[in-house]
Write a protein that binds this ligand. Sequence first.
Ligand code: NAD
Ligand code: MN
Length: 498
Amino acid sequence: MSSLSSRNDWESYANRLEIRGQAFIDGEYVNAVSGETFPCLSPIDGRLLADVASCDTDDANNAVASARQVFEDGAWSQLPPAERKKVVIRFAELIEENRDELALLETLDMGKPIRYAKAVDVYGAARAIRWSGEAVDKIYDEVAPTPHNEIGMITREPIGVVAAIVPWNFPMLMACWKLGPALASGNSVILKPSEKSPLTALRLGQLALDAGMPKGVLNVLPGFGHTVGKALALHMDVDTLVFTGSTRIAKQLMIYAGESNMKRVWLEAGGKSPNIVFADAPDLDAAAESAASAIAFNQGEVCTAGSRLLVEASIKDVFVEKVVAALKGWQPGHPLDPDTQVGAMVDQQQLNTVLSYIGKGTDAGANLVCGGTRVMEASGGLFVEPTVFDNVNNDMSIAREEIFGPVLSVITFDTPEQAIAIANDTDYGLASAVWTSDISKAHKTAKALRTGMVWINHYDGGDMTAPFGGYKQSGNGRDKSLHAFEKYTEVKATWIAL
Ligand code: NAD
Ligand code: MN
């Protein structure tokens, strides 16, 4: 269907697109019980995309009741895995069939380049759903090594009602990493997208229904964190809460669970990932290209952004020069132009945060090597240049706090021990990368890094087969791979005397 090959094509598609802002509950689009809405503005040019239902406690109650009822009915939860598989795979196909619309919604809503909305977000979302569907009739339970006169069965069962609260940086992709295993396992789900990016999630509700999921199996509640997000997190009839977002809110969700029904809480939170480049890296040009994309891709709004570049002192000057040169290919452009690599920041608040960290870096005495300013302001959009600070000390706030924008901190080291110490000197533990030709140094460093993911001689690798998630204050539990199913099932031990 892709006659959409220019910015003009996408603009005219955008102008005729019908955008729904209602909540999706029990198989229908509905207004919030209160009738309240909030404006969904595009960060590309400030245009109003839709008035979106501002859900709250009453809507959460309705969605949880619907989700609970269908779970108890068994129309989904007790379907044979091979049957659920067919419907989940059909859901993935519908995402693929609607890829242009979904990519456009994502770009208009959160400002990312259309090429990546399609090639990364929509592609990855469909892949996550399909992979989970394909897996579900191939997962076996266990039989315990019992004495001759007993049988011990260890089985996994769907857990019930799952609330999924997701962020705005990869709205549909983060949702689908959770929806795949949650739905394939037989649960009912209430998806709460970020107030900054509700549009694709709302569309997914209809596609799931069209794929054959009974009503109530997937509900979508747009609205704010402190209203409908909190209502779900405190709900006495939500069994599991899965979350992707900031560490600050992740901690709050653990408190809500403790204050309510001790629902299981699984958290994918923030990061401040070290990208360690040794002088013996196999290809410094490739490492520099990779360091540039690790901070500029998705406007730096990536939980695994390579935001701390740790460079061996002997190559620092030449390497930083290469990174700055590579970043010339990562300058912001109009997100609907298919050639654009870097789009708009998600909203004014996020742009302000990024600019304020740039100010903090300068104030702390770091050396601004490139970038540092807002650009393309006349477009009415929220664009900022990729920014590099050199001479950063790991104690500075730009090295400790997650900026969630295209701001790179360069820190030098002399020995592998120093590199590891600096890399691990952080509250976070999501990802890290190591560049070296020395296989022994690569493995020793990888083992010493306290992160859920380690990349060697590349950045941001992995696919649905590998678990994704962090150590320390980057969270618990994993998305993707068969490990993700652990979050959506309870373990039952059934012991039989013969
Ligand atoms: P955020 O924590 O502000 O919000 C995330 C979600 O939580 C949103 O839907 C929001 O509405 C909701 N929320 C906010 N307050 C709430 C409350 N009191 N109760 C219930 N829900 C509440 O994060 P964000 O700004 O949307 O996303 C950026 C963050 O996400 C970054 O920290 C980033 O590192 C993280 N992230 C992590 C991963 C990962 O897999 N580890 C992936 C992507 C993004
Ligand atoms: Mn938006």
